[in-house]
Design a protein around this ligand. Structure first.
Ligand SMILES: Cc1cc2nc3c(=O)[nH]c(=O)nc-3n(C[C@H](O)[C@H](O)[C@H](O)COP(=O)(O)OP(=O)(O)OC[C@H]3O[C@@H](n4cnc5c(N)ncnc54)[C@H](O)[C@@H]3O)c2cc1C
Length: 464
């Protein structure tokens, strides 16, 4: 793909910042909508296009946590990902219906997006330029936007979609300065995880989906040492059923516009009813899923805060489930004593001979775990108020955006336009993905991203 050191005189019709799944899906929609000769630029800082954190690795044991039938990049062609899987294995035994309900390995999703991008570029009358480099600033310049890359290159565009995605949350607590950095590993750093010796005692901080990835990855590489998992609530993600999406016939629309207490009661009622009918409780979550954004938007601020304080973790383990085979492996490790779950907060790390001592505070008082490596699996940093990300820090400092009041990404309107420091929506900017969770709550999975990407491309490219 070409590298561009400078921008031609005419501004691009659209700049997309971030080439993870959201940015690539936005590019697919932009290529389908842009007029002949229009120029679209896609700026990606680091990885392969369509990879981001979620789809970057090559571990076959890391499965999508959404069934293939719901992962199409195109809202109007919901079976497109399944069609791609069939194209890859034309003589395979799986039917489209089988595949639609399957949790396939995550790397296949990156390859799907890349294949569709190649085809869209060939078919479009518009031109897509891919710039490798990190955008570090974006400013209004008359009727256009000016984007500065870390390399010093500048781009101009009439409109921009910001899709910078997920940033890992830093490891909580404090640490002595002599704790060797090589002993502290990020959950998404495949190379560092691969360097952990088979017999090493490992502490994973966090018990969510990233912890599951780490545990499965270590298992698959033959790791046999003790695996301690430390988390504030010590709640593990629950499994999907192996029947795929089955919310049909359950009406959860009455939960919209209700206060938190009534929503919790309503969910329990629906789950009880489902179980009485011989259906799994998971069906209720599938039925509620299309209403979650409306339910969240209907909450008063006080209820949103209450939810974050008291209900979030319980919601997360029911909503962000893992494929049944992954759950079976975790259950086996727990039952066999290799995986040990500790409830508590990480307070401090100290260097010890051969590793690290992690001091934690549990409900029964302080305790310590001596390990060789500590893995940070605390998930995604939603609070951007003191972000180290240069682009987001500049946008905040210049008042072009403002943080969400609850610390959940940025403040936006319902169309994904960021609100500036004075509360005005920027007409030529759109945000995608996790930056919008304060407004939408559900805003990181592909079924949401593809809608946002299609809407943003249309709003910025198609004259009204
Ligand atoms: C481990 C994991 C597994 C997941 N599994 C699923 C799943 O199975 N199904 C599902 O629907 N969702 C899943 N998700 C949710 C996931 O958030 C989305 O599906 C999707 O990956 C988000 O894409 P994104 O493009 O918004 O963010 P990211 O994937 O984080 O990509 C953002 C991209 O932007 C680039 N970037 C950031 N800042 C800049 C900048 N300033 N300049 C240039 N480039 C920049 C980054 O390098 C990165 O490539 C998963 C998430 C995680 C973390």
């Amino acid at each position: 793909m070409p590298e561009h050191a400078c921008d031609p005189a005419d501004p691009a019709a659209l700049a997309i910042i971030g080439g993870g799944a959201a940015g690539v899906i936005a590019a697919l929609h932009a290529l389908a909508l842009a007029p002949a000769g229009a120029r679209i630029v896609l700026v990606e800082a680091a990885g392969e296009l369509g990879a981001g954190v979620a789809y970057a690795g090559d571990r076959p044991e890391h499965l999508l946590n959404v069934v293939a039938g719901r992962m199409s990049a195109f809202p109007e062609r919901p079976n497109d990902f399944v069609a791609y899987l069939l194209e890859q294995d034309p003589v395979g035994t799986a039917t489209a219906a089988d595949l639609a309900n399957r949790f396939v390995p995550r790397p296949s999703y990156r390859r799907y997006l890349q294949a569709r991008l190649t085809a869209a570029r060939a078919a479009s009358p518009a031109r897509l330029e891919v710039h490798r480099g990190r955008a570090i600033a974006l400013r209004h310049g008359g009727a256009t936007l000016s984007i500065e890359l870390e390399s010093g290159a500048r781009l101009r565009a009439t409109g921009a979609i910001l899709a910078p995605g997920n940033r890992p949350r830093p490891l909580p607590g404090t640490r002595d300065p002599d704790v060797p950095p090589a002993r502290l590993v990020e959950a998404w750093d495949e190379a560092a995880l691969a360097g952990i010796p088979e017999e090493a005692a490992v502490l994973v901080v966090g018990a969510g989906l990233s912890m599951v990835d780490v545990a499965l990855g270590l298992d698959a590489r033959g790791h046999r040492g003790p695996l301690h998992v430390l988390a504030r609530h010590a709640l593990l993600p629950l499994p999907h059923t192996d029947r795929g999406h089955q919310g049909d016939g359950i009406d959860a629309s009455a939960l919209v516009g209700r206060p938190l207490r009534a929503v919790v009661r309503g969910l329990r009622g629906l789950a009880g009813e489902a179980v009485r009918q011989g259906r799994p409780w998971q069906d209720v979550l599938d039925a509620v899923r299309p209403h979650v954004q409306s339910i969240w938007r209907g909450f008063e601020d006080a209820d949103r805060r209450r939810f974050l304080r008291h209900a979030r973790r319980h919601w997360d383990i029911h909503r962000h489930r893992i494929a049944a085979p992954a759950q079976a492996l975790i259950a086996r490790d727990l039952a066999g004593g290799r995986l040990r779950l500790h409830r508590g907060r990480l307070r401090h790390l100290t260097r010890i001979d051969g590793g690290v001592r992690a001091e934690a505070e549990g409900c029964g008082g302080p305790f310590a775990l001596d390990v060789t490596h500590v893995v940070n699996a605390t998930g995604i940093a939603a609070d951007l108020r003191d972000t180290a990300d240069p682009l987001l820090a500049q946008l905040l400092a210049d008042g072009m955006v403002q943080p969400d009041p609850l610390g959940l990404g940025l403040a936006t309107d319902l169309d994904g336009r960021p609100l500036d420091a004075r509360g005005r929506a920027a007409p030529n900017l759109r945000l995608l993905g996790s930056l919008r969770i304060g407004t939408l709550w559900e805003s990181t999975a592909v079924p949401d991203l593809r809608m946002q990407a299609a809407d943003a491309a249309r709003a910025l490219l198609v004259p009204r």
